[in-house]
Design a protein around this ligand. Sequence first.
Ligand code: EPZ
Length: 432
Amino acid sequence: MDKFVIRGGNPLLGTIRISGAKNAALPAMAAALLTDEPVILENIPQVRDIETTRKLLAAMGAEVELGYGRAHHRTTLCCRNLISPEASYELVKTMRASTLVLGPLVSRCGTARVSLPGGCAIGARPIDLHIKGLERLGAKITTEHGYVEASADRLKGTEIVFDKITVTGTEDLLMAATLAEGQTVIQNCAREPEVADLAELLNKMGAKIEGAGTPTIRVKGVDKLHGAKHRIIPDRIEAATFIIAGALTDGDLNVTECNPDHLGALLQKLQEVGIKTRNTKDSVRVEGNGTLKAADVVTEEYPGFPTDMQAQFMALATQAEGTSIVTENIFENRFMHAQEMVRMGANIKIEGSRAVVRGKTQLSGAAVLASDLRASASLVLAALVADGETIIDRVYHIDRGYEHIEEKLRGVGAQIKRIGEIFPKRRGSGAA
Ligand code: EPZ
């Protein structure tokens, strides 16, 4: 398994270009299942979860071209001949977002067999709300042998109110409703920009969706959707990660090809910490000013402070003067990065859903373990300011959602390198 070796102490100086949003690209690829015509998606990030989704769709019979040429990061998907509307445990266990195919498959093929995602490092993350919503739309659903089996002659539009706000639950049902008979009104929807981006693609495909990005989404079902071309929005979480890196290392970093309008909660929190940024319509320039003030953070659904930026903020809080209280309201086990930072010298106490971070503490390089995607990113941030060398193991977690992160960071002065396995696997030894 690959590792990162990072030597801390360098301020990040220069420009980092942001890639397309993984969490917008995944539902967009699933949306291609809704039509037998080609769907072209641009600005696709070159990350592991995209490759997993390509495999998932290809296993169903979809033709998926994926290219990362210099000029474009593009995929062309054609789901004309879906031979097996199924998402196997082998693939779903590596990426729970595979459940995004459930709604499109039931709607397009009238049947779906999708593995239940099982547990996850950051929390139970059930999909009961996806299932309840599809049943409200008329799908017959059974769950046995670890699989969800769903069937419907044709889904019927209805009123749905989510018990809890769920991002992929909103996206799953939104896609299912596009081909349902009649009107569907979904309330208590997620308002993340990735939901609005998906709706924009679906409307380009001929869907009739209003209200995406607000708590209430209305969908007028249509008989058929056609192909379309769409550019995926920038990754706001990647942008936030690098903005925090610029602030943390007391650097001068210009984060480009991002959308500051999607970063309101973070930019406001950085001002509280004492960091001002200079924004244009597609860039954020962050300049460290030597001192960071402690600030409290409570994660909420969008437009509140995102849970996907909680670990990265915690790294920043270890370098801020004073006590920061970080409250995680979305997932029940999303503090695994904390103990790894404590091993680097941070002063963090976990009290239920709250982490009490006392700063400023000098971090020292250590061997640490990545546990999930955003926790790994936070350990990279901590390593960038630690004294000495940090070795981060299991960086495949970070490869799931950050495109060439070590190259992007090296390009602005970070001392980071990837070390592959000491003894590369023998050819044909199975696991990728
Ligand atoms: C999406 O996950 C993102 N993933 C996550 O990003 C992100 O952390 C999360 O939204 C919250 O913003 C993608 O978009 C692919 P939820 P999702 O359904 O949709 C509970 C990353 O780092 N819930 O909004 O799976 C759930 O347990 C990833 O890029 C139910 O109880 O999250 C959680 O407590 C990590 N039943 C809360 O709702 C359900 O049926 C929010 O989860 C669904 C969710």
